[in-house]
Design a protein around this ligand. Structure first.
Ligand SMILES: Cc1ncc(COP(=O)(O)O)c(C=O)c1O
Length: 427
């Protein structure tokens, strides 16, 4: 869907006619128009990866294949963000506390709700996935006799808050070993069963990643949530850091209670922005991590989980632009591109001295894949960066000696050729 930020446009016009702010508003209107033109152009054309590189700011000397660690903002989103920041600095009180951007922020929240498959009142705009899990770990009514369960595929951003809070609150945390060697062959029923058999009467909370950060396994959210409820689990909390913006998210329909995500990865937003979905029935029991006077004002909506005082609204507005950019790429075209990248990476490991550690089928996998090989991954990763400018994440230890390869839409087959050629030579 092409961007049509009509509310934003009319807001800017109102600034323009107010006189005092005219020049700033006029410049922002120009940027806003440029953004709309860029996105409409993108949406109208069938883009190809080679044509996207100008739309991003990655150093031409860098082959960036680590979008799972942190994404990169499109140039148009970045440029608009600089302008939001400039207008904010022109009258900080007005733009931080004067409510000048309230309408625009609510529009961003509405778009975020759509990306999460949630309603407006269910969404908090946080700083990252980790923050959402800290809110859960400290804010859930857990105590002695209660258990939080997750697998070894869980990221520390989701598990460490629980491990820490458990000591203070007296509940327990249990981590089971996910059979990582079996990942290529697992189907939905297997993943559900692996979790089901670990649930005990004390298990109050089940945590899992929608897509994990090690092998890119897509966890079946709805099936896991239904199974957990049937087993008597109270709260199903999902880590969406590697999923939001990459695969469709339907938080409300899937029946999970909480979904915490980091748009600065696959949604390519400014860094330090998160989204947290909290179902109404959980909000009744989940205390915010920090509060100020707004906590009563937000009337039980998820906004109470982001009521922490001074905020960087220009960044939040840019999150809206980042979502518009993703919309302009087109969900179907984007998925088709991810599937091709996935298939291409899989093909490149066949018959080579490389090991495919990720799901065999796209439906169970993602565009984040793990490739194992014999020589030490950390040293090779350093060399690839120093000599070739290739940016990847090595996983050495914990039963793996592998590279995580996580391309995004702008990465090309030529870049994969270069990487896999190097990996094959290194053996
Ligand atoms: C699956 C997963 N969860 C959580 C995080 C933590 O993300 P953040 O630092 O944005 O909170 C990451 C970061 O890589 C991740 O991959």
């Amino acid at each position: 869907m092409p961007a049509n930020p009509s509310t934003r446009r009319s807001f800017l016009r109102s600034l323009g006619v107010s006189g005092v702010l005219g020049p700033v508003a006029a410049s922002l209107l120009r940027v806003d128009q440029a953004l709309a033109d860029e996105l409409n152009g993108l949406a109208a054309r069938r883009w190809v990866p080679e044509g996207l590189s100008d739309r991003y700011m990655i150093d031409p000397g860098v082959t960036y294949l680590n979008h799972a660690s942190i994404g990169t903002m499109p140039r148009a989103v970045h440029d608009a963000r600089v302008e939001y920041s400039a207008i904010c600095e022109s009258n900080p009180h007005l733009y931080v506390w004067g409510g000048a951007w309230d309408g625009m922020v609510e529009e961003v929240r509405a778009r975020a709700a759509r990306f999460l498959g949630a309603s407006l009142e269910e969404v908090a705009i946080t700083h990252n996935t980790t923050e959402g899990f800290n809110t859960l770990a400290y804010g859930l009514p857990l105590g002695p006799g209660d258990e939080v369960l997750f697998s070894s595929l869980n990221h520390g951003g989701a598990s460490i808050p629980f491990e820490h809070a458990a000591k203070a609150r007296g509940y327990t945390v249990r981590r089971f070993d996910f059979p990582i060697d079996d990942v290529p062959r697992l189907d939905v029923a297997d993943v559900v069963e692996l979790h089901r058999r670990e649930i005990r009467p004390a298990t109050r909370v089940l945590v899992f990643p929608h897509v994990d950060n090690i092998v890119g396994l897509r966890h079946p959210m709805a099936e896991l949530a239904a199974m957990a409820r049937a087993q008597g689990v109270d709260v199903v909390a999902v880590d969406g850091a590697q999923a939001l913006g990459m695969i469709p998210v339907d938080a409300a329909a899937s029946g999970v209670d909480a979904y915490s995500a980091s748009p600065h990865k696959w949604l390519q937003s400014p860094k330090g922005l998160g989204l947290l979905y909290v179902r109404a029935t959980l909000r009744e029991r989940l205390s915010p991590m920090w509060v100020r006077y707004g906590v009563s004002r937000w009337g039980g909506t998820s906004r109470m989980y982001e009521d922490y005082g001074t905020r960087n609204w220009p960044e939040v507005l840019s999150l809206g632009d980042a979502m518009d950019f993703q919309d302009a790429l087109g969900a179907a075209d984007k998925e088709a591109r991810y599937r091709r990248l996935f298939a291409s990476m899989r093909e490149r490991t066949r018959g080579a001295a490389l090991r495919w550690n990720s799901p065999e089928r796209w439906e169970m996998g993602s565009v984040l894949v793990s490739v194992g090989f014999a020589s030490p991954a950390n040293a090779l990763s350093d060399r690839l960066y120093q000599e070739r400018g290739i940016v990847l994440r090595a996983f050495q230890g914990g039963g793996l000696n592998a590279f995580r390869v996580s391309p995004n839409v702008m990465n090309t087959e030529a870049e994969l050729d270069e990487l896999f050629g190097e990996l094959e030579r290194a053996g």
